[in-house]
Every structure is written in structure tokens, then in C-alpha cells.
Design a protein around this ligand. Structure first.
Ligand SMILES: *Cc1c(COP(=O)(O)O)cnc(C)c1O
Length: 355
């Protein structure tokens, strides 16, 4: 029996996707070998690669002005690649530090460029996002970096800052669960393992006009322009991760695409926030209601002993990986695209009976 897996990443994937991969794992399309044993220059892999790029373009509604890159190193490598590519020649940038991920992005960027904190939520324990006009913007900044969803603290950016400089966004944990306002962004990146597939792959979107001016004075792998010129086949790509993401994207397409994912995300989150809000204060959401994440619902119980018991009793009901991040404690239910409504209903009903 499949458990209900609330892990924050890598995360649950559609069962049908896992079964399809299982069925073709040993002998891919009658070739007598597994896809992961083949050359990444073979016609079979080439078809998977290009189909997956096309699925990303169509499901994310990527405008023609953007390149799509498949890279290794996760979102974390992009913390460095963003300033390496964009701040060549001594440019500067601002960072919204809305949680642990925004903070890491800023800390890594500081090795490679002149970067500044444009707003920090640390005083409020990273429980809210800034109002648009709270963020400092300096006209000389090349970009303002934002994290659309803080996976650990369970908050999401609903209103993008009022910036007349371009945005660069880490959207790792809400990819394909909300539309992207492309016109505001120069670059967007995220790991696939939160919403779209297994670990090992980051998807990066870069505006073509920006790509024409990125830093060329870098080791080859670190250059966005090289990956774009080579159709993300400069070196061996993470073939298995791309293949699995392609299958997950086809599943998303069959469910109705982005609009269906967005509606399902709202319905899942409503159910759990409802269970929190209707618990007479037994469960408590520590975050600003206006910034509640639809992907990572964090909550507290009256004390840590009850939280430990909640986690272990939930496990006995096949409700897994509900422990909050070690840096914040409490409970976190991650409700990504492949989380079935039945799993969310099981958690809501467990919350009720546990209380
Ligand atoms: C998980 C996560 C990261 C780190 O991703 P890796 O792929 O592990 O490098 C960065 N940002 C956010 C918002 C995340 O959720």
C-alpha cells in the first residue's frame, strides 16, 4: 500500500508515473536497454529531452523571449550562477530575505557580487512577506531577488514587490502551482524535486535579451549562455530526472495543466488551514494569514510532546514526513502537485481525531 507522503522534497510523485517508469525501466521502447544506460546523444534520449523541454514551455506558458535550461546542482547552484552571470563587471543587486532560502541565496551571492538586503523578515521570525512598498529598491541594482515560497517557514509571496528593476526568482517550491508574471522577471529558477519530478534537475528560465549580455568569463558549466546554445546538452544531462519529469508533466497536462494544479493547490491548502482554524486553538498556524503557503502548511500543537506524538501516531496511519524542518520544529505538511486530495482528507480527519 502506498503511504501518504507529505515530504517537503524530494516529494510524492503520481503513482501512475512511477508504474510507467517501472514497466519500461529495464527495456526502454524495445531497445533492449534502459533509458539510463543509453547515450544522451541517442535518438531515443533526444526525443525524451526535446519533448520534456516542449512540455515545460507549454505548461508554464513560457514566452518566446525566455530560454529554458535543464541544469544540475539544484536551486543551490543557481544561488551562485545568478550573480556570476548577471553581476559581471561590478554590478549590484538587492535580495528579499524572506526565510532560510532567501538568506542562503543572499549569502552565496555575496561571494560573487555587490549584494544588499532589500528587506528582511528575520525580526518577525520569517512569518510574513513584505508589503510591496516595504522593500528597498535602488535604481542601480541589476535585479531584485525574491523567493516566491519559503519552503521551511511556510509563507508565500502573494504580491510581487513594486520594483522598477527586473526580478529574479527562486520558485523551487511552487513551480507549476501558480502562474508566473513573466513580464516582471529576467530569470527564474528552481529544483524539480518539489513539484515536478525527482531530485537532480533544476529548471532555469532566462530572458534572451539578458542572456546576450551575461558574463562570458566563467568556467563553461557556470555559463547560462552555453547551456542555452547547446539546448541543455553541453555535457551529460541528468537523463533519469528529465525523463521522470517529462512523465510527471504529461500527468499534469492530463489533469488540466497549470489552471487545474492551481485550483487543486487552493483546495488542498484550504482543507488543512480549515482544520487548523476550526480546532479551537489546539492547532496554531504561526504565519501571517495573508502569506500562508499553499504548498507547505506549517503548524504547531500546544507543546512539543504533543507534536512528537502527533508525528508518530500519524505515521501509524501511513501519514508520513510531517515533521517540521529541524531549524523551526513543529509540523509541516507539504502539499505539492502530486498530493492526492484523498491524502489531504486523511490528514484533516486525523487532525480532528487526534485533537
Ligand atoms: C529546496 C529549495 C532550495 C534548494 O534546492 P536544491 O535543489 O536542494 O538545491 C532552494 N530554494 C527553495 C525555495 C527550496 O524549496
Amino acid at each position: 500500500m502506498r503511504a501518504v507522503n507529505f515530504c517537503a522534497g524530494p516529494c510524492t510523485l503520481p503513482q501512475s508515473v512511477l508504474e510507467e517508469a517501472q514497466a519500461e525501466f529495464v527495456d526502454y521502447a524495445g531497445t533492449g536497454m534502459s533509458l539510463i544506460e543509453m547515450s544522451h546523444r541517442s535518438p531515443e534520449y533526444d526525443a525524451v529531452h526535446n519533448e520534456t523541454l516542449e512540455l515545460v514551455r507549454s505548461l508554464f506558458a513560457v514566452p518566446d523571449e525566455f530560454e529554458v535550461l535543464f541544469l544540475q546542482g539544484g536551486a543551490t547552484l543557481q544561488f551562485a550562477m545568478v550573480p556570476l552571470n548577471l553581476l559581471a563587471g561590478g554590478g549590484s543587486a538587492g535580495y528579499v530575505v524572506s526565510g532560510s532560502w532567501g538568506k542562503k541565496a543572499l549569502e552565496d551571492a555575496a561571494y560573487h557580487g555587490d549584494v544588499h538586503t532589500a528587506w528582511s523578515g528575520s525580526d518577525s521570525g520569517f512569518t510574513r512577506m513584505p508589503a510591496g512598498d516595504e522593500v528597498e529598491i535602488r535604481p542601480e541594482w541589476q535585479y531584485l531577488h525574491v523567493t516566491s515560497n519559503e519552503t521551511i517557514h511556510g509563507i508565500r509571496m502573494v504580491d510581487w514587490p513594486d520594483a522598477d528593476i527586473p526580478l529574479v526568482g527562486d520558485m523551487s517550491s511552487d513551480y507549476l502551482s501558480r502562474p508566473i508574471p513573466w513580464e516582471r522577471f529576467d530569470a527564474i529558477y528552481g529544483g524539480a524535486q518539489k513539484n515536478l519530478g525527482p531530485a537532480g534537475l533544476a529548471i532555469v528560465f532566462v530572458r534572451r535579451s539578458v542572456l546576450a549580455e551575461t558574463n562570458r568569463d566563467l568556467a563553461a558549466y557556470l555559463r547560462w549562455d552555453i547551456h542555452a546554445d547547446k539546448n541543455s546538452l553541453y555535457n551529460t544531462p541528468p537523463v533519469f530526472a528529465i525523463y521522470m519529469m517529462g512523465k510527471t508533466l504529461k500527468w499534469i497536462q492530463a489533469q488540466g495543466g497549470l489552471a487545474a494544479m492551481e485550483a487543486a493547490a487552493g483546495a488542498r491548502a484550504d482543507l488543512i488551514y480549515g482544520a487548523i482554524d476550526d480546532s479551537d486553538g489546539y492547532y496554531r498556524s504561526p504565519v501571517d494569514p495573508a502569506a500562508r503557503s499553499l504548498m507547505n502548511v506549517v503548524f504547531r500543537l500546544p507543546d512539543e510532546d504533543s507534536e512528537a506524538r502527533f508525528i508518530s501516531e500519524a505515521k501509524a496511519h501511513q501519514l508520513l514526513s510531517l515533521k517540521g524542518h529541524r531549524s523551526v520544529g513543529g509540523i509541516r505538511a507539504s502539499l505539492y502537485n502530486a498530493m492526492p486530495m484523498s491524502g489531504v482528507e486523511a490528514l484533516a480527519s486525523f487532525m480532528d481525531s487526534f485533537r
